[in-house]
Design a protein around this ligand. Sequence first.
Ligand code: GTP
Ligand code: MG
Length: 390
Amino acid sequence: GSHGSVGKSSRHYVPLDYTQMTDYAKAVVESVSPAPDEISMKNTTLRRITEICNNLVPGSRVIPFGSLVSGFATKGADMDLIFAHDSLDPQPFSHESNIPVRLAGEFLKRGFEVDLLIRTRVPILKIKTPGSEPGSRPGSPSAEEVLKEDLGEEPWPENISCDIGFKAHLGITNSYFFRTYSQCDPRFREMVLFVKQWSKNRDLNSPYFGTLSSYGYVLMVAHFLINVVQPPILPNLQLIPPEPDTPESELMQDGFSIWYFKDVSKITSGELLPGAKNEMELGQLLYEFFQYFTTNFNFVGEVVTIRTPGGVMYKQEKGWTSARERVGETTTYQDRYLLALEDPFEITHNVGRTCGGPGVRRIRGEMQRAAQIIRKVSTPVAPESPATAA
Ligand code: GTP
Ligand code: MG
């Protein structure tokens, strides 16, 4: 169909030279990648947070997910965590044993910034390690100094933000899923980091203000590398059937199919993508990515899907046609389908629901602009043109 032909596009007669774009994109990726010491500092922070949780609720665990796990973290990225426990208490969030509130207290007394969101489906505890600014009054010990004496703890690394959820969910599964994909080919992570940075620079990465989350951009890049570019750079890991003896826990979770092929060595050896290997460099891939969403993808009728052959469904087929209200436990959500990106596992969930009309129009406009700029810097100067004669 029209989706599988980008790599062979006959649109430009003069082949473009993407060297400059590739160099630029690689420099951007390098500049937003966290340094090794940031990664080890975050691991230490995770360990210390786990200790605090364990002291409060013996046997509890802290499960990381999001970009920390997928490998798509940029410098200074938040840590996404889940507090999990098999408590004997049947109602851990009840008034009597309100774990989120008590955990919030533990971080408050260590000088963290703390914000407990309770109007969400499940509570979310947002915490930030103490910064370096000293106590407000000169000469007085900082809150951190006082607390260090009280608690006998080492100072925390500064200004690390964490979101702690209280219910295990498919976000953990999809973080490992994309980690597996990113291990298949380094160009996946490079494209994601570049697109994430581009979306931030162009103010297109604010799900609370009508544009798309980082996770949404990950889905778009994955779709492109699995289904659009020719030859494909990534195989569809969800379409490779499981062995008959695969345990149920690898097949289903919360009523959704969560199977995907996990043997990275079989993928990197090329066994799963027979035929020519795609050798396109980063600059060209980014150009084709922006170009595909500018001219080939139909935002009005189509849904990006990761799991299906071809990677595209129609909004009609999914019943994703008009906005609807979904009533949660404490709030009402607007489900919108202007930009339709089906979650790879929770297939009833539109990751693009945060996008309103103006948001989608801006994203499309910026993608077109990005493609134009790349084309401009990649067009070889013809020998007879005045530019070379000068
Ligand atoms: P950064 O925080 O920007 O580094 O990116 P991230 O990869 O951590 O993504 P983000 O913070 O947007 O989302 C955190 C995780 O939540 C994702 O990795 C998914 O595993 C999970 N998730 C599941 N559904 C959604 C969704 O609809 N929106 C978002 N934002 N995240 C989702
Ligand atoms: Mg995150």
